[in-house]
Design a protein around this ligand. Structure first.
Ligand SMILES: [Zn+2]
Ligand SMILES: [Zn+2]
Length: 68
């Protein structure tokens, strides 16, 4: 499984809104407390009890955001 860590994979203009976990869906969930936007709502269960893939901060909560 590919997991892009800060910077990698952000060269293409459309890749920085793609979910870091499945690389298919648009990112739609912000982690708390670090506020990184890195996964889609489908992948949210996969991040339960795991650190943020970008900054490794333990995830204490999440918030779904809607980008239009
Ligand atoms: Zn996803
Ligand atoms: Zn983070």
């Amino acid at each position: 499984m590919l997991l892009y860590i800060s910077g990698e994979g952000e060269r293409r203009s459309d890749s920085n809104k793609i979910c870091l976990f499945c690389l298919e869906e648009d990112r739609a969930v912000v982690f708390k407390p670090c506020r990184h936007l890195c996964c889609c709502h489908n992948c949210l269960p996969n991040f339960k009890n795991k650190p943020c893939p970008i900054c490794r901060t333990p995830i204490q909560g999440s918030q779904v955001v809607f980008l239009s």
